[in-house]
Ligand binder design. Sequence first.
Ligand code: FES
Ligand code: MG
Length: 592
Amino acid sequence: MSDDSAKGRRLRSQDWFDNPDHLDMTALYLERFMNYGTTPEELRAGKPIIGIAQSGSDINPCNRHHLELAKRIRDGIRDAGGIPIEFPSHPLFENCKRPTAALDRNLAYLGLVEILYGYPLDGVVLTTGCDKTTPSALMAASTVDIPAIVFSGGPMLDGWHEGELVGSGTVIWRSRRKYAAGEISHEEFLEAALSSAPSVGHCNTMGTASTMNAMAEALGMSLTGCAAIPAAYRERGQMAYRTGRRAVELVLEDIRPSNILTREAFLNAIRVNSAIGGSTNAQPHLMAMAKHAGVDLRPEDWQDVGYDIPLIANVQPAGAWLGERFHRAGGVPAIMWELLAAGRLDGTCPTVTGKSMAENLKGREATDREVIKPFDEPLKERAGFLVLKGNLFDFAIMKMSVVSADFRRRYLSEPGREGIFEGRAIVFDGSEDYHRRINDPALDIDERCILVIRGAGPLGWPGSAEVVNMQPPDHLLKRGIMSLPTIGDGRQSGTADSPSILNASPESAAGGGLAWVRTGDTIRIDFNEGRCDMLVDDGEIARRKADGIPKTPADATPWQMIYRQTVTQLSDGATIRGAEQFRQLSKTPPRH
Ligand code: FES
Ligand code: MG
């Protein structure tokens, strides 16, 4: 073994490339890497072999910039004495994969587990960006537990249209309401929407992509300041280089995901999510990552730890600005600096830098108070997720940072009944049904109605769809009513600003309470008690059960069939049932 090797410790990759007990196999493992010019000396020097899990491709434009950035990651790996080996991961393009990219998160996870476990890799750089690329990669890194570091691709530059900032997704939800109200033409709608994408990178709002990369940083799994650097900035390439270097050191220092991904780290991530006005998709994804990390995260942790954290990031959809200004204001470290100073962050958590989170955050105070507010002068108090339960579901969340003052006045301020709302349910079975009937005058929808959508969960869709942020019928939009309360067993886009009750579990297709609600029922939402119930007596609910669970589409692909046979509910992370029993696979090498 050479001097470059990990302080006399034999590296995992040497079981492939330097194994006298399996000489014939060693020859087979080595020979094909030669065919693009790699030398046996490199592979047999005991240098850390670092995988680059490449998530970018033409079919995942949000991450495509990683094809370029990987060159700087390689430079960093080489300069630190490692050998880079780049390989593709299963694409996850949020906006384009039908019936939903959520169906593929567990597939990407499975694929990456097999690669990290079955190939001669000592460590890995996880390239991330678009929504599910981050959780799937971290889930797999935990399962295999080789040294791993997240390198995000960064958000696109800020979008502008007619002198105004236009953010990914958010501009689409806002413009389609204007379009429905007859205020803009079809062409104007498209023009506004398309100007939100001015450069390489992922969504520039605090949607699910920015949120999940902030979560990776908050968990301690990427270098300090990585998440918010815009994709096109020179700092992004510099961060790629430093991340590559650090990946090699992680192997030499033997720092693994299991050293970093503790319960305390996950609770920190939940707090950061509230403070940034992060996506509701963080709930199932953090849950899934925690399960694969062997961490006991509970659905109620969102309420207990996250609910009373204030919103301090003034970034769309909960605030005004976009990714560039958020980065220049200090990004995720400045947010965490505020939480730490307020005593609301565990600074002792270890991180991939080799230092504690508190050490990483030294000197990282915000530099632009228009964008990152002080903890005690926030944009909004109690901005986390409210956790609800009742006879419609055992678990659902509501993102309080997007509940507007106008919405509170309209629905939650009835004298003597503050925080309680009762409305008439309008029930849709899937989004086709919603689009077909939302403007049907027979439904007689007014501002006291609650829109309900079911068949949108992991089993029902399948995969769980971002369809709960339903817009009101055109006649209400024309009167200036831009949102109604909505409830569903699906999700909503992280870029949406709708006051929705989401991720309801168990879902309708699993026989949850949403299966038995009917149009015309009264639903009561009690924000004080965290309850959401249909006011229907048990006898009537029992009678309705005879009708059976509302129908959902048949499996359309082999993976849909396997997914449905194995998936858990959103409250539980929508993981593969039983997969969490496979932990720290790298402790036992696979057979030759
Ligand atoms: Fe890929 Fe938003 S669609 S990051
Ligand atoms: Mg989305």
